[in-house]
Design a protein around this ligand. Structure first.
Ligand code: GAL
Length: 678
């Protein structure tokens, strides 16, 4: 999965030495007069902050005119932070180009699919493939790296910021040139490209590489192969930028670890992060709580996936919010207890550091209503008191840093490419949601008290007794072999509708759906039956959006549930093919959380699908980290009720207790219990 570009290296020890749980924020001192800086460091110390990300949006102040540098203010704040024991994750400051650059070189501005040139005035208004932008950006990186290489406060590099957050898709002429080069590297010949893109369709054949364009707005549906390759190329173009900055830093400051903040989250679909793991020394992630009843579980899902993108090694939660964000339609503040709960849930899934956007809530600018560690109300506030309490907790649990998350017996295979392709236009319905399907399975497992890992599809499945592959739409020959192996080993695969349908070029596998998986699941589907209205299953479950008419291929395929209404009434809806001790289960409809919970219940002969009684019927999520001979079990209360637990170990953290003592876990509380590893 990962490239070998770098080896894992955690944040340097810094002013306070090793063994700390990292705690801090994006810090934007340039938004404040210097008098405020003194108060900032005082409050940071009070809160136990030991790291800040600095300079993320500072380019225009560091280089106010082309080639004119002003580092004085940055020198001063870095020194002040260092004097106060606060380390610096220094940004390369390339996230938002200054006005002089885009005035002089408007040709660095990104272009949308319909030809609109994006104006400066927001942020990240640069083309990832612009040679001009790259040159200016790397010059800035070189200046910063040279100046701060030996500063003792520097413990990590923060490359760019959320690469691709706003400029992932650029359809400019620069992009067109770079796309052609990318294609030439991937396809040895135009014949090969014409073949896999199926350009015989609608007279789309190419005779010269220069005829190929990004998939700009067109008169009718665009070529799916071209769209998919442009998605891959766009994700890779951001990674190239990361690599270019990283190369300068590696040359000038080889001992300082480099990271960039990933956005492993439901609202960011189009970056193939598992392919970036090898390009950072340690993984960092940004995650913002999704409002509503499933927000906590959603957070757990993406934290879980981040931990597995980090290949089980500690990672840094680079950004989340103390309370409200300001960029959703409605932005409620966090409920009492949620600040601590969210932070510790990330720690449970392997984060050895918890940082926020941002330290001090802005007074002006587009994010003035986004929460910070120090809110508009000041330090005498609920948020800041919670921030201080979290700092104390992180300090108390610091002995667990470096502990690895223990694997579960069940895995959900997560595939970014299937996410992209299954949501394409020109499909049987526009209502399919890959992310929601994957989340439904995770939520159902949590509801049943079953621990699961969310793993990138290219990671090994060897350690798992059950692999759930929801809507695994894109299946290569290699992946098919890996899935077949699970069942051949006597283990269990569960997969769903619209899986196995296409190859890595979005070409349909012929002979009936689910194409590549037909023999493994022992059935075929001649036509998809997207639904105009929900239908019922015999079990009482509801099918929405999608159903399929299943033809079983053999007697070894059992029917677990049938359609009970609509055109498919009486036909199989959920099947299971047994192969020796193993099995392959197929779910042909979108059943939602309740429906898939029922499917999992019907598979309870599988030992790994029996819930852990200590979850009190799924009220708790249990996650384990282990290291240095100690197991740390996190019990996260998913409910608004008090849950009582009598563990064998002892409560760990600021409220440390005795082994075997009964613990009342408050609503939305996360309790950690430690005991010697067996
Ligand atoms: C992130 C970004 C931060 C800030 C934050 C607000 O996307 O990296 O700079 O904008 O969102 O939620």
């Amino acid at each position: 999965m990962a490239t070998d570009a770098t080896t894992y290296q955690w944040v340097k020890d810094g002013a306070l030495g090793a063994g700390k749980m990292r705690y801090g924020a994006d810090y934007n001192p340039e938004q404040w007069p210097r008098e405020v800086w003194a108060e900032d460091v005082r409050l940071m110390r009070e809160a136990g902050v030991n790291i800040v990300s600095l300079g993320i949006f500072s380019w225009a102040l560091l280089e106010p005119r082309e080639g004119e540098w002003d580092f004085d203010w940055l020198d001063d704040i870095i020194d002040l932070l260092h004097e106060n024991g606060i380390d610096v994750d220094l940004a390369t400051a390339t996230a938002s180009p200054p006005a002089w650059l885009t005035t002089k070189h408007p040709e660095v501005l990104p272009v949308t699919a319909d030809g609109t040139i994006l104006s400066p005035g927001g942020r990240q208004h640069w083309r990832p493939t612009s040679p001009i932008f790259r040159e200016y950006a790397l010059r800035l990186v070189r200046q910063l790296a040279t100046r701060y290489a030996d500063h003792p406060a520097l413990v990590a590099w923060h490359i760019g910021n959320e690469l691709g957050c706003h400029n992932l898709y650029d359809f400019s002429d620069d992009a067109a040139r770079a796309f052609r080069i990318w294609l030439q590297e991937h396809y040895t010949s135009l014949d090969a490209l014409n073949d896999v893109w199926g350009t015989a369709f609608w007279s789309q054949h190419y005779s010269e590489w220069d005829e190929i364009l990004p998939p700009r707005v067109a008169a009718a549906q665009r070529n799916p192969g071209q769209q998919l390759d442009f998605q891959r190329f766009s994700s890779d173009a951001q990674r190239d930028h990361l690599r270019a900055e990283a190369a300068v830093l590696a040359e000038l400051t080889p001992g300082v670890p480099r990271t960039t903040n990933f956005m492993v989250a439901q609202n960011i679909r189009d970056i193939d992060y598992p392919s970036w793991t090898g390009d950072v020394d340690f993984v960092s992630n940004d995650h913002y709580l999704r409002p509503g009843p499933r927000g906590r579980d959603d957070l757990s899902f993406w934290a879980n996936l981040t931990g597995n993108i980090a290949e089980g090694r500690p990672w840094l939660l680079m950004e989340h919010a103390t309370s409200a964000v300001n960029w959703r339609e409605i932005n409620p503040p966090k409920r009492p207890g949620e600040l601590m709960r969210d932070a510790l849930t990330h720690v449970a899934h392997g984060a050895d550091g918890v940082c926020y956007f941002q330290w001090r809530q802005s007074r002006a600018g587009g994010e003035r209503y986004h929460s910070g560690m120090v809110p508009h109300a000041g330090a005498d506030s609920r948020v800041f008191r919670d921030v201080v309490a979290l700092g104390a907790e992180l300090q108390a649990i610091a002995p667990m840093t470096g502990a690895h998350r223990e694997k579960a017996r069940v895995a959900i295979a997560f595939d970014y490419i299937s996410w992209w392709v299954s949501g394409r236009d020109s499909h049987p319905t526009e209502l399919l949601r890959y992310d929601e399907e994957a989340l439904s399975w995770y939520f159902a497992l949590l509801d049943l008290g079953i621990r699961a890992d969310v793993v990138p599809v290219d990671a090994s499945f060897d350690d798992y007794d059950v692999v759930i592959a929801p809507m695994l739409h894109v299946v290569t020959d290699d992946l098919r072999g890996r899935l077949e192996q699970i069942v051949a080993d006597g283990r269990h695969l569960i997969t769903t509708y619209f899986s196995g349908t296409v190859d890595e070029y979005d070409r349909v596998w012929l002979g009936g759906y689910p194409g590549a998986l037909r023999e493994l699941v022992g059935l075929t589907v001649e036509e998809f039956v997207p639904l105009l209205a929900p239908e019922k299953l015999a079990s009482g479950a509801s099918a929405t959006n999608w159903s399929e008419r299943i033809i079983r291929l053999g007697d070894d395929v059992e029917v677990l549930d049938t359609y009970a209404s609509g055109d498919l009434a009486g036909e199989p809806a959920v099947t299971r093919r047994r192969v020796g001790a193993g099995s392959a289960t197929y779910v042909s409809a979108d059943l939602g959380v309740e429906g898939v919970t029922g499917v999992l219940r019907s598979l309870s002969d599988i030992d790994a699908l029996r819930g852990d009684e200590r979850t009190a019927g799924g009220k708790l999520e249990i996650i384990t980290r282990a290291g240095d001979g100690i197991r740390y079990e996190f019990f996260a209360n998913r409910t608004d009720e008090v849950v009582t637990l009598t563990p064998t170990g002892a409560r760990f953290g600021t409220d440390a207790g005795a082994p075997g003592a009964t613990i009342e876990i408050q609503p939305r509380e996360v309790v950690i219990v430690a005991e010697p590893a067996a």
